[in-house]
Design a binder for this molecule. Structure first.
Ligand code: HEM
Ligand code: NAG
Ligand code: NAG
Ligand code: NAG
Ligand code: NAG
Ligand code: NAG
Length: 330
């Protein structure tokens, strides 16, 4: 076969492009099919156990996968404790006194190690735990893509800057999603995870009394909901009290989150902005998900897969940690 220089160059370019695409598509639902076939049921069993004493734990575990993936990809970096050379992401602004469930992650890891030692990464455990938590709460189930490996480092500065804050504008939050390759549809679908779990008063009480120095509560907060929240969060102190992110079905995974937004019952400023920012492209997506739970569930699954695909370590990069809290041999 005879190829001109330019068509050889084209062929080489296509081959490089295909290889790059493949390194991005290495995760697979059957990754542990021979090495740890029972990993999913082990994860589910530990979470079911934990739910008996803590109905919030599934929400907390789901959030851990998000906070892991947004910082240098889904690589378990969130789980590392501080050492002389590691500044833990657990002590970053969005996580400190906020993320929870690390002990349950350790229990899952222990159970998985006893069946299949040295095989399943902590990053994959977070992805599996998120899926199990959502499905155990009545949400959708899906085949989790697997094969991520664990980082050797943490990035506390990255956690401070990459994870969206509840006080940010919609355009800033949209930019933080875009920075990890997620679009507006992903933003609205993934925010639907706020259909379960809790939030501390200190993360929304600025809306209840004197919003942005106006002397009044946030005008996009329903007055009856405002009165309830003021009971939970008195003006001075009590910042660590918690309210349900979804006041209608606090522990169930459903599309009520979007109906709440239509009723000015979004708990966080960042939640309500999806519906109340005038002219925003997110409004029609909220309306779609509010009217059609199946559409929400399908979009949520796709967006969880998209989030789970954020720059995983694969192949011989990183390692399979023996203990999710520390790098092997440290
Ligand atoms: C869109 C930007 C987001 C912002 C600004 C945000 C912010 C927050 C805040 C402030 C809390 C309360 C934390 C506390 O009280 O300690 C929270 C809780 C939670 N977030 Fe988000 N979040 C966002 C997106 C997401 C995403 C993408 C997911 C998962 C897919 C998620 C899942 C959760 C869950 C399940 C909880 C409840 C956790 C628990 O009860 O322990 N969030 N979020
Ligand atoms: C795998 O899980 C199933 C269901 O939980 C259980 O019946 C079976 O014994 C497990 N097999 C192994 C090898 O652990
Ligand atoms: C975390 O919470 C404790 C009280 O529960 C408080 O003493 C400490 O200052 C908080 N730390 C940060 C960084 O907010
Ligand atoms: C991240 O933010 C926390 C709390 O806001 C702060 O204590 C810490 O020094 C910051 N870390 C880095 C590396 O910027
Ligand atoms: C949005 O981001 C810009 C640039 O980082 C920052 O200056 C601004 O304070 C942010 N706005 C809000 C509301 O968070
Ligand atoms: C609201 O906050 C602004 C700015 O911090 C302050 O000047 C004003 O006095 C406050 N109003 C009330 C009613 O507390």
């Amino acid at each position: 076969m005879f190829l001109s220089t330019s068509s050889s160059f084209l062929l080489a370019t296509i081959l490089v492009a295909l290889t790059l695409k493949q390194t991005n598509a290495q995760l697979s639902a059957s990754f542990y099919a021979t090495t740890c076939p029972n990993v999913s049921s082990i994860v589910i069993n530990v979470i079911q156990q934990a739910l008996q004493s803590d109905p919030r734990i599934g929400a907390s575990l789901t959030r851990l996968h998000f906070h892991d993936c947004f910082v240098d990809g889904c690589d378990g970096s969130l789980l590392l404790d501080s050492t002389a050379s590691i500044q833990s992401e657990k002590n970053a602004g969005p996580n400190t006194n906020s993320t929870r469930g690390f002990n349950v992650v350790d229990n899952i890891k222990t159970a998985v190690e006893s069946s299949c030692p040295g095989v399943v990464s902590c990053a994959d455990i977070l992805a599996l735990a998120a899926e199990s938590s959502v499905s155990l709460a009545g949400g959708p189930s899906w085949n989790v893509l697997l094969g991520r490996r664990d980082s050797l480092t943490a990035n506390q500065a990255g956690a401070n800057t990459s994870i969206p804050s509840p006080f940010e504008s919609l355009s800033n939050i949209t930019a933080k999603f875009a920075a990890v390759g997620l679009n507006t549809n992903d933003l609205v679908a993934l925010s639907g995870a706020h259909t379960f779990g809790r939030a501390q008063c200190r993360l929304f009480s600025n809306r209840l009394y004197n919003f942005s120095g106006t002397g009044n509560p946030d005008s996009t907060l329903s007055t009856s909901y405002l009165a309830t929240l003021q009971q939970t969060c008195p003006q001075n102190g009590a910042g660590f009290n918690v309210a349900n992110l979804d006041p209608t079905t606090p522990n169930g995974f459903d599309n009520n989150y979007y109906t709440n937004l239509q009723n000015n019952q979004g708990l966080l400023q960042s939640d309500q902005e999806l519906f109340s920012t005038s002219g925003a492209s997110t409004i029609s997506i909220v309306n779609t998900f509010s009217g059609d739970q199946t559409a929400f569930f399908q979009a949520f699954v796709q967006s969880m897969i998209n989030m789970g695909n954020i720059s995983p370590l694969t192949g011989s990069n990183g390692e399979i940690r023996a203990d999710c809290k520390k790098v092997n041999g440290s």
